[in-house]
Design a protein around this ligand. Sequence first.
Ligand SMILES: Cc1cc2nc3c(=O)[nH]c(=O)nc-3n(C[C@H](O)[C@H](O)[C@H](O)COP(=O)(O)OP(=O)(O)OC[C@H]3O[C@@H](n4cnc5c(N)ncnc54)[C@H](O)[C@@H]3O)c2cc1C
Length: 280
Amino acid sequence: MFESYLKQYIGKDPAQVKPLSIAIVGAGATGVELAAQLHEVTGVLAMYGLNEPSDVKLTIIEAATRLLPALPDRLAMATQQQLAKLGVDLKLGRRVTEVNREGILTHDGEFIAADIKVWAAGIKAPDWVKNLDGLETNPLNQLIVDATLKTSDDDIFAMGDCAACAWTGRVGNVPPRAQAAHQQAEALYKSLCNRLNGKALVPFTYYDYGSLVSLGKYTTVGNLMGSLMGTVSIGGFIAKLVYLSLYKMHQIAIHGYFRTAMLTLSNAFRRSVYIKIKLH
Ligand SMILES: Cc1cc2nc3c(=O)[nH]c(=O)nc-3n(C[C@H](O)[C@H](O)[C@H](O)COP(=O)(O)OP(=O)(O)OC[C@H]3O[C@@H](n4cnc5c(N)ncnc54)[C@H](O)[C@@H]3O)c2cc1C
């Protein structure tokens, strides 16, 4: 983004330059979070005297008629209002049919000019996966697995984003999320140990613990799901706190308690002297 921005503005008469346009396809958590983060960064550019936030035009294009499908209507509406406040142009109910050098075309014939295009409308595994020696795949090239994460070959298992696993008790598959990959890894570990000991494989059941969407410094929204409390919608400070604690839990899982504490401490000291963006 910075390279495009600098190319567009440096050394030119500001009155003659059109805003840098960025179009994001997909208003799921990734697209929405990215739009908010990019908006926040344009504010940082202004601190360097480089632009007015209006010099960067952000557009999100979404095929569904609402954003954030994983969250309840109320939170989706609140997020939509927040994005509108930031000046993000949200085009709902528009299916993208073509992306070319100049911009993006939607099914109703609208052409959205964009200097930078970002695809955040879902995942697809590479084409070579569908040619893996007869393993069954779906149109997204994911390997189809049964409830024990076994592919159509008894000796090959798949998990995470590359696996299409039916969501027990729901329509569709387990979503491609970190929490799903984590739970599948735990189930598969047990299954592989069982198999080595001549025991039965463990069936995998996905538990959705909820979703959190961070709109940078502006707000955080989400829902948490638990067997005791049911589904709880959260927003603002509480959601931000939960989001941060999830990040810390992730760091603890990777680095352990001591190194996470040291990292947190060093980040706190570094924040006051660290540059927010690198302009070269
Ligand atoms: C921008 C973004 C934000 C996200 N935010 C969230 C979130 O907030 N919460 C959430 O739950 N999920 C989130 N996700 C989804 C989450 O990251 C994935 O669901 C999760 O990482 C899937 O884990 P995985 O192990 O299946 O795949 P990955 O984490 O993608 O790991 C696959 C690994 O395989 C390697 N690899 C690929 N091809 C080959 C090859 N041919 N040979 C060898 N290695 C290879 C890759 O380099 C990679 O390291 C986000 C995803 C994106 C892109």
